[in-house]
Design a protein around this ligand. Structure first.
Ligand code: NAP
Length: 282
């Protein structure tokens, strides 16, 4: 069994990006910039934002952090995002979700120009992915593809099963695998025989949000298993959607949690920001 180490792969990518950010600065006399907008007091969001800002600094990306209070109005939030949309020092805009209740997420996100949508959440970018056109792809599924490719795991012609169909993980994941010529099945809470669907997978991606949901009997001998989940087990310990200890005995390659897909997500955010900045100069 091969352990796919997200921390090692992400560090490799961050080193490559550092060279890119330095080259950008030398060529254009300014830094690549990412605006990070955090509204409210959600503790998990604060940790995510802190990690993203730290990763930016290490990669040589200037971060513009905007912390707004819980009681921010829609108008105030929209004014900030509109100003960032116009700001030429800001190449990417990230609005940390979820937003406090009362704020219209869809409307706020729609003020981000597609060229600065480094999360790849906008309809234009998802549409481009669906049409296999160049655009910005959501960081987590993009990170999974990068892990597969850097681990020399072929995708073309393989049977890929994605469990989960959210707009930020499962759906774009399925499109990426399809674009890479896998034969793709997407499963969700209404899937009739999940066990049999999963057992057919050469590549199984779990993006469900339920601790240790994918058990060894659901996995084919020799399958590649990618665990996107970030859940808490019965003791409050971080774990994935896959029952790692038992599934690892059957898988030919598997990602751990923590240290798997998580670090790749941040690395892809940095990559998307570099891509956006370089595109903006063309
Ligand atoms: P989500 O929006 O809640 O979507 C969960 C998906 O799983 C839905 O499509 C749902 O089906 C499906 N599902 C739920 N119960 C099921 C069941 N019993 N059988 C089959 N399918 C089932 O979650 P998400 O945002 O995609 O996140 C999924 C997981 O990934 C979470 O643990 C999250 O924390 C993690 N995550 C990790 C990263 C990272 O960087 N590593 C990034 C994002 C998310 P329906 O559509 O039918 O409801």
């Amino acid at each position: 069994m091969k352990l796919i180490d997200g921390k090692v792969i992400a560090a490799e990518i961050r080193a490559e990006l550092k060279a890119r950010t330095q080259a950008f600065e030398e060529k254009y006399g300014k830094k690549i910039g990412l605006a990070v907008v955090l509204i409210g007091n959600d503790p998990a969001s604060q940790v995510y934002v802190r990690n993203k800002v730290k990763a930016c600094e290490e990669a040589g990306i200037r971060s513009f952090r905007h912390d707004l209070p819980e009681e921010t109005t829609q108008k105030q939030a929209e004014e900030l995002v509109s100003a960032l949309a116009e700001d030429e020092h800001v190449h990417g805009i990230l609005i940390q979700l979820p937003l406090p209740r009362g704020l219209d997420e869809k409307r706020l996100l729609s003020l981000i120009p597609p060229s600065k949508d480094v999360d790849g959440f906008l309809a234009e970018n998802i549409g481009r992915l669906a049409l296999k056109e160049a655009g910005t792809v959501a960081c987590t599924p993009l990170g999974v593809m990068e892990m597969l490719s850097r681990s020399n795991i072929p995708v073309a012609g393989k049977r890929a099963v994605v469990v989960g169909r959210s707009n930020i993980v499962g759906r774009p994941m399925a499109l990426l695998l399809l674009n890479a010529d896998a034969t793709v099945t997407v499963c969700h809470s209404k899937t009739k025989d999940l066990l049999e669907e999963c057992r057919r997978a050469d590549i199984l991606v779990a993006a469900i949000g339920k601790p240790k949901f994918i058990t060894a009997d659901m996995v084919k001998e020799g399958a590649v298993v990618i665990d996107v989940g970030m859940d808490r087990d019965e003791n409050g310990k971080l774990c994935g959607d896959v029952d790692f200890e038992n599934v690892k005995e059957k898988a030919s390659a598997i990602t751990p949690v923590p240290g798997g897909v998580g670090p790749m997500t941040i690395a892809m955010l940095l990559k998307n920001t570099c891509d956006a900045a370089e595109r903006a100069q063309r």
